[in-house]
Design a protein around this ligand. Structure first.
Ligand code: TRP
Length: 439
């Protein structure tokens, strides 16, 4: 395979690349996806397949994707196409998956923007947070606010009316993603300098608060004590693998694309390990924060004489995080201020993932067609926004759950992940990639 010598835009520094890769990997998947999957699949039991999948597949596969992108200096479809024309479709399927995520991921971010808005109002107009309340009151309010007032949620699959208050936040999200991307990778390197460390600090504060709430131990017991019977369920394993892929942004073409912008002499293996471990640590801590809070919520219900077990205090599924975190925040002194900090964090955490998804779709199209970046980027973002409107209808959250399930399920990333391994491992000479990586 020829190595392209023409100059390609580069990351400024090694740290720039690591931060960008961490920025893409660490995202809402850690604070939102991970806890809700864990909640649905047996609590602590989920950690075992998860860590296993991370070490057995996640990190090695990241090395593989880094090498492929690095050696070919192309975005995913072209990178595969260079091995053999026939493989190009694998790259495109990955891009299609990215595109699908690109439609609903910003919707979650839009929730964050709105919650941020409520927190700002709380802080500056000295109003109580709309979901505030202590004890069982708070549990009820947090649930009621998110599902009824905020989403106007209904349980069936009909879409129902568009939630007008969410249109603006969704548009804002896209605008922010656009502003971060349109200048190219050098700029990305700089944005993530801020958006990567801030969330960690905030997460630690929330964890400490969660763990000092009365009753948090129940939640932690659920989080850290495996329910072994779940391990016998194939679905638990499948979702654990899916979550690893999702969380590390593997099999979406993103890491291939990012590595293609990497300097010729770069240490791929260490970079992959750093990204993988940073991602795991973030998920784990997010789990501590969420589950200690759930424990406290369940305890509050018990005190009110109507005990609800940890597994039932909030409806599982994609809404989990937007009930548990607000509840925890409302229990802090100066709640609106902490709330602001927290939702700023979520926004910064998600925004770099959101634009890296668009970046991979963009790079694939631009590499393939040679069309102008400045035209393709706004177009795909506009399309993403329009499709996103589906998810902010009354039944939208159900659809979001279904689509997210599809991505993490059989025909989504698991499928591409297997194909990638097969192709790179069997049909292409894996030793060449290995030598390249070890170099
Ligand atoms: N890894 C991101 C997260 O944890 C989500 C994600 C999945 C992603 N696939 C992606 C981000 C592709 C960028 C590109 O939130």
């Amino acid at each position: 395979m020829e190595i392209r010598e023409e100059s390609r835009e580069n990351w400024g520094t090694r740290a720039g690349f690591i931060l960008a890769a961490v920025g893409s990997a660490v995202g809402l998947g850690n604070l939102w996806g991970f806890p809700y999957k864990l909640y649905s699949f047996g609590g602590g039991a989920f950690l075992i397949p998860y860590v296993f999948a991370l070490i057995a597949i996640g990190i090695p596969m990241m090395i593989l994707e880094f090498s492929l992108g690095h050696i070919t200096q192309r975005a995913a479809p072209d990178a595969f196409g260079r091995l053999n024309r026939k493989f190009e479709v694998v790259g495109w399927w990955a891009i299609i998956l990215s595109f699908v995520i690109m439609t609903y991921y910003p919707v979650i971010l839009a929730y964050c923007f709105s919650f941020l808005w409520y927190s700002l109002k709380g802080a500056f107009l000295k109003q109580a947070l709309p979901w505030a309340g202590a004890g069982i009151e708070g549990v009820k309010n947090a649930n009621d606010f998110f599902y009824n007032q905020f989403l106007g949620y209904h349980q069936d699959l009909t879409l129902g009316a568009l939630q007008p208050s969410l249109i603006l936040p969704l548009a804002l999200t896209w605008l922010a993603a656009y502003l971060c991307t349109f200048k190219g990778t050098k700029h990305v390197g700089r944005v993530v300098l801020l958006t990567v460390p801030l969330p960690w600090i905030m997460l630690l504060i929330l964890t400490v608060r969660g763990m000092t709430l009365p009753g948090s131990a129940h939640g932690l017991a659920f989080y850290l004590n495996p329910d072994w019977s779940e391990l016998a369920e194939p679905t638990t394993w499948r979702y654990a693998f899916g979550q690893v892929f999702f969380s590390l942004s593997l099999a979406f073409g993103v890491m291939i694309t990012y590595a293609s912008f990497l300097h010729r002499k770069s240490d791929l293996n260490n970079n992959a390990a750093i990204v993988g471990l940073a991602d795991l640590a973030t998920s784990f801590i997010a789990g501590l924060a969420v589950f200690s809070t759930l424990g406290a919520m369940s305890f509050a219900s018990q005190q009110a004489g109507n005990p609800i077990p940890v597994t039932e205090v909030v409806a599982g599924g994609p809404g989990l995080t937007f009930v548990a975190f607000p509840y925890a925040l409302a229990q802090l002194p100066a709640a609106p201020w902490f709330s602001i900090l927290f939702f700023v964090t979520l926004v910064t955490l998600g925004i770099d993932s959101a634009f890296s998804i668009s970046e991979s779709v963009l790079a694939a199209i631009v590499d393939k067609t040679g069309w102008k970046r400045s035209i393709v980027l706004p177009s795909i973002m506009l399309i993403g926004f329009l499709i996103g409107l589906v998810f902010i209808t009354q039944g939208g959250l159900n659809w979001l759950g279904i689509i997210d399930g599809f991505i993490n399920g059989t025909w989504g990333i698991a499928f591409i992940g297997c194909l990638e391994c097969l192709i790179l491992g069997w049909l292409y000479r894996i030793d060449r990639l290995r030598l390249h990586a070890n170099d």
